[in-house]
Design a protein around this ligand. Structure first.
Ligand code: SF4
Length: 339
C-alpha cells in the first residue's frame, strides 16, 4: 500500500494541559496514540495512518460538547455587543438565527463525515469525521438528538440566573473576556510558568471560557461544562485552579496576597455550579499538582527529557483494564491491533 506524503510535525517540547492529564489518567495507551502518533510511523506504518485518521475523529457526543461551546460563545459575543449598544437581551429572532446556523453546521459536517471513505489514501488526514461513521454504529436519530442537545444547552443557559449575571457583568465590570473556541489562540493559552521552579522546557496550556475583571484585585472565572455533572467533585477543580494561577502569573505574582479570585464550573445540562473563592492553599496545591503531573509525563519520555519529548516504546504505555472505557474510545480499532 502506498501512502500520501506526510511530513511529521516539528517536535514540540512537553506540554501540560488539563485535557492531556485527563487522558493520561484515563488510559496511558490512549495518551500515547493521541499525543505521540508520529512515533508509530517507522515501525507500524499501517497503524500510524489509521491512528492519524482516528485521532481526527470525534464521537457525536464529543461534538455536542464542542458545538455547545461554540453556540454559547457566539451568543455571548453577540450579547456583549447589544449590551454595549444599550439593550439587555438578544431578540428571539437573533437567538433563533444562531441556533439555525449551528444546526446547518452540524448537518453539513455530518453529511461530509457520512460520505467520507475512511479506507481511502485520498481521505487520509485533517478531515472532519465522526467515529460512529468510521465504526458503522451511527443511527438515524443521533444527529437530530445531538442538534437538540446543543440547542437545549443554550436555552437552559438563557433561562438561568447566569444569563442575567452575565448581562450585569457586561454592563458594569471593568473588562469581560469571552473565549472564542472556534479559533483558539494557542499562544494566548500558554501559562507563563518560567519563573516557577522545575518548569524548564515545559509548556502549560490553559484558557477559561469566560472571565470578568471587576478591579485590579477582583476577578471571576467561569467554565462551561457540557458533559455530565461530576457529583464527586464538589470543590474547586484543578482546571479552575490552573486558570487562577495563570491570572496571578500574568500579573507577575504567584501568591493570592490581596487578590480575590472566584471560579466556577457551570454544568449546562442542569445549570448546577461547582467552585468557590480561591485560597493560597489552592494555588500552592495546584503548583505542586502541575509539578507532579509533569514528572509523571516525563516517565514516558526517553531519558525523561521534556525538550526532546520522544516517547518510550509503545508497550510501556499500558492499556486500561476497564473495558467500559474502551467501549466509546475512538482508538479502539487500532488499539486492538497493537500489542
Ligand atoms: S481502546 Fe481502551 S485500552 Fe485502547 S486506547 Fe482506548 S481506552 Fe485505552
Amino acid at each position: 500500500m502506498s501512502y500520501p506524503s506526510y511530513r511529521p510535525r516539528a517536535k514540540k517540547t512537553l506540554s501540560r494541559s488539563s485535557t492531556r492529564i485527563t487522558i493520561l489518567e484515563y488510559c496511558e495507551r490512549k495518551y500515547y496514540l493521541n499525543y505521540y502518533t508520529f512515533a508509530l510511523k517507522q515501525d507500524h506504518p499501517d497503524l500510524w495512518k489509521e491512528t492519524l485518521i482516528l485521532k481526527g475523529l470525534k464521537s457525536i457526543e464529543m461534538r455536542v460538547g464542542e458545538k455547545s461551546h461554540y453556540l454559547l460563545s457566539d451568543y455571548l459575543h453577540d450579547l456583549k455587543k447589544v449590551v454595549k449598544d444599550g439593550w439587555d437581551a438578544l431578540s428571539a429572532e437573533e437567538i433563533q438565527s444562531l441556533k439555525d446556523e449551528i444546526k446547518l453546521e452540524m448537518e453539513d459536517e455530518f453529511a461530509e463525515s457520512a460520505q467520507r471513505d475512511y479506507k481511502s489514501d485520498e481521505d487520509f488526514f485533517g478531515k472532519f469525521g465522526l467515529s460512529e461513521h468510521f465504526y458503522g454504529t451511527m443511527t438515524d436519530e443521533m444527529l437530530p438528538d445531538a442538534i437538540q442537545k446543543v440547542r437545549d444547552n443554550l436555552d437552559r443557559f438563557i433561562a438561568s440566573t447566569w444569563n442575567s449575571k452575565v448581562i450585569d457583568y457586561f454592563q458594569t465590570a471593568k473588562f469581560v473576556y469571552v473565549e472564542r473556541p472556534r479559533t483558539r489562540d494557542f499562544d494566548a493559552m500558554k501559562v507563563n510558568v518560567s519563573k516557577l521552579p522545575g518548569f524548564k522546557d515545559i509548556t502549560v496550556m490553559a484558557a477559561p471560557d469566560f472571565g470578568v475583571t471587576f478591579s485590579d484585585t477582583d476577578f471571576l472565572i467561569l467554565d462551561w461544562k457540557s458533559g455530565k455533572e461530576d457529583i464527586v467533585d464538589e470543590g474547586i477543580s484543578d482546571q479552575l485552579k490552573v486558570y487562577a494561577l495563570k491570572m496571578l502569573l500574568k500579573k507577575g505574582i504567584s501568591t493570592m496576597d490581596g487578590m480575590r479570585i472566584e471560579a466556577h464550573e457551570v454544568y449546562l445540562q442542569n445549570m448546577h455550579t461547582h467552585g468557590g473563592v480561591l485560597t493560597q492553599q489552592d494555588i500552592d496545591g495546584i503548583i505542586k499538582k502541575i509539578q507532579h503531573d509533569v514528572e509523571e509525563q516525563k516517565n514516558f519520555l526517553v531519558d525523561r527529557d521534556p525538550y526532546r519529548n520522544d516517547p518510550v516504546d509503545v508497550i510501556m504505555f499500558r492499556k486500561t483494564s476497564n473495558a467500559k472505557k474502551c467501549e466509546g474510545c475512538t482508538f479502539r480499532d487500532v488499539c486492538q491491533k497493537l500489542a
